[in-house]
Design a binder for this molecule. Structure first.
Ligand code: BTN
Length: 272
């Protein structure tokens, strides 16, 4: 499906110019079509590609999401980018990479289109209660047990205005929500600049206050799947490690480090 309309084509030169931080050092690969930019980035990283290398594509034929899901990536309709990072920080901070990427993407989207952009724990961005972006971080550990590299894959629906009926109520795009057609090259550059800053300062957890401010499950009844277990509770907040804090019906508290959570709509209705 070719639904490219008015979007400026992706260009390594334009992304480089928009990346004021110089994070990518000009190591930017723009592909027309690929299976998955994360797969390409992982292969490049395994061959020694440097910190900050970026892979983007106009379309992905097998875009990957979390939990083995597919990430639909039609041509010219979104920003599909993967960034190779070779962090110097201790592996203990690795779980914070995705939340730093979520804040970087949310701030960048909001800056360019002017619309409030929420984060849903752990790594989705929402606009007006619909998902506009997902993030998939894949890491490789070396023989010494430290982080060799991580690939941060970010998929943002930018100009996509047609969604299959089963996604129409839950997914959207920047253009569908705001009417704004933004330049994906500039968006990519903005994200890179913030990503570099938040990763450089990950030990100080500088992104966490912004993550908390934008997180949309907090203060709601939710259901969560964590470690194959379904739990239900009240989301009371996000801790210093970007974990979700849940209060269960028996009064006990639970700390969720990973998993998937959603608003519990039935319970919310009863509370209204
Ligand atoms: C999710 O919503 O579960 C995460 C989606 C991540 C999609 C991005 S698009 C760029 C990169 N390449 C992939 O195959 N996946 C990520």
């Amino acid at each position: 499906m070719d639904i490219q309309k008015n979007l400026t084509p992706l260009s390594a030169e334009r992304i480089k110019n928009a990346d004021k931080s110089g994070f990518s050092q000009g190591n930017i690969i723009v592909l027309d079509e690929t299976e998955s930019t994360n797969s390409i980035a992982k292969a490049l990283a395994a061959e020694g590609a440097s910190h900050g290398t970026v892979v983007t594509a106009e379309s992905q034929t097998m875009g990957r999401g979390r939990l083995g899901r597919r990430f639909e990536s039609p041509k010219g309709a979104g920003l599909y980018m993967s960034v190779i990072v070779r962090p110097s920080f201790d592996i203990a901070f690795a779980p914070l990479i995705t939340s730093a990427a979520a804040v970087s993407a949310a701030e960048s989207v909001e800056k360019l289109c002017g619309e409030y952009t929420a984060v849903k724990w752990v790594n989705d961005l929402y606009m007006n209660s619909r998902k506009i972006c997902g993030i998939l971080t894949e890491a490789a550990i070396n023989s010494k047990g430290s982080l060799d590299y991580a690939v941060i894959g970010i998929g943002i629906n930018v100009g996509r205005t047609e969604f299959p009926s089963e996604l129409r109520d839950i997914a959207s795009s920047i253009e569908a929500e705001t009417g704004n057609i933004i330049d994906r090259n500039i968006l990519c550059g903005e994200i890179l600049g913030r990503l570099e800053y938040y990763l450089e300062n990950i030990e100080e957890k500088r992104h966490i206050s912004e993550y908390r401010r934008r997180e949309m499950l907090t203060g709601n009844h939710i259901t969560a799947n964590t470690g194959g277990r379904e739990v239900e509770g009240y989301a009371i907040g996000i801790n210093e490690n970007a974990n979700l804090l849940l209060k269960l019906s028996d009064g006990s508290e639970m700390v969720l480090a990973s998993g998937e959570a959603n608003l519990c709509r039935i319970r919310r209705k009863m509370d209204e």
